[in-house]
Design a protein around this ligand. Structure first.
Ligand SMILES: Nc1nc2c(ncn2[C@@H]2O[C@H](COP(=O)(O)OP(=O)(O)OP(=O)(O)O)[C@@H](O)[C@H]2O)c(=O)[nH]1
Length: 307
């Protein structure tokens, strides 16, 4: 799978962080959805694997390659608007080395969706050429949209359909059942609920998913995840006055010289805005990150280092 070694490097390089513990639940409806999805995969021609541009390593489902048995997969890197152009081109260079087609999208504005339809149509032509050779009639290409919760699958499907059919909301676990939808005459789409592995062996990947709110039904302490996020940003060594840390300092009058650690930062916000309530401070900080108030921030980089 793409960048597995980079994933190890990236995640190991974070091991110095104060590590919040992420306890993941694997509720019955997710287990059922995964079972149904795996049954449907036999009927599918093409996988549209949607990942989060901020965490292109941690948001790849570890079992997908095994389940899809060499079927063509398009890597749909959604939330392209949430990372910088520089980060996108660094990832592009790395992703170009894999044999998967890669399309960057924005599920809200629809940027990249036309390209995605073109790539799917092209793969569909190959499929129908093979069918014609076997004396079979041409048919719509069947594509399945797969990914972690909250990465933007439903938003993308609505963009592909050109109308709002799939429920899309800023919280994980909105899509609860599988259903087929038709895009024009040439593409059938299977919308699937977000899937997560039954357990997270790698707590650091789980932290990244928690920071981005892509983890589905999991339990974690917001203040600890927020504090790990601040420490992560501190390691990225931005220098500009529009860097995430500079925005944080200005927004919360936070002085890292007197309050140096991520935990100090959360505590400072708690004391100054929330009468010492660390959880409210953690939630505010995570919201700032997730809504882009702190700027465009990629948490994972292809070189295997956080920056
Ligand atoms: N900034 C930004 N937000 C996006 C993008 N794509 C989706 N979103 C937003 O992210 C939130 C989650 O999107 P959904 O489409 O519901 O995600 P999902 O993967 O279907 O979620 P589940 O139903 O939990 O599996 C919504 O508020 C979307 O508007 C994107 O490319 N950029």
């Amino acid at each position: 799978m793409l960048a597995q070694s980079a994933m190890q490097d990236e995640l190991e390089s974070l091991s110095g962080l104060a590590a919040p513990r992420i306890v993941q639940w694997y509720p019955g409806h997710i287990a059922k959805a995964e079972r149904q999805l795996r049954e449907q995969l036999g009927m599918v021609d093409l996988i549209l694997e949607v990942i989060d541009a901020r965490i292109p390593i941690s948001s790849r489902h570890p079992s997908l390659a095994k389940w899809t048995h060499g079927k063509p997969r398009v890597l749909v890197v959604n939330r392209a608007d949430m990372v910088s152009e520089k980060d996108r081109s660094r990832w592009n260079a790395q992703l170009a080395e894999s044999d998967q087609s890669v399309v960057w999208t924005n599920g809200v504005s629809g940027t990249g969706v036309g390209q995605l339809i073109k790539v799917a149509a092209h793969l569909g032509e190959g499929l129908n050429a093979a069918r014609a050779n076997r004396g079979l009639k041409a048919r719509a290409v069947r594509a399945c949209v797969v990914g972690f919760p909250n990465v933007g699958k439903s938003a993308l499907i609505n963009r592909l359909l050109g109308r709002r059919l799939a429920d899309s909301a800023a919280k994980p676990g909105v899509t609860r059942s599988l259903r087929w939808m038709r895009v024009g005459g040439a593409l059938d789409l299977l919308d699937a609920p977000g899937i997560i592995p039954p357990a997270f062996d790698n707590q650091l990947a789980a932290q990244h998913l928690a920071m981005c709110n892509d983890i589905g039904e999991a339990a974690y302490v917001d203040s600890l995840v927020a504090s790990a996020l601040v420490q992560h940003l501190q390691r990225q060594q931005h220098t500009s006055n529009r860097s995430p840390l500079a925005i944080l300092q200005k927004r919360y009058s936070w002085n890292p010289a007197s309050h140096p650690s991520g935990e100090d930062c959360v505590r400072h916000i708690a004391d100054s805005l929330f009468q010492g309530d660390l959880e409210k401070a953690g939630q505010r900080l995570l919201k700032d990150f997730r809504t882009g108030v702190l700027g465009r921030i990629a948490l994972e980089h292809p070189e295997g280092r956080s920056r």
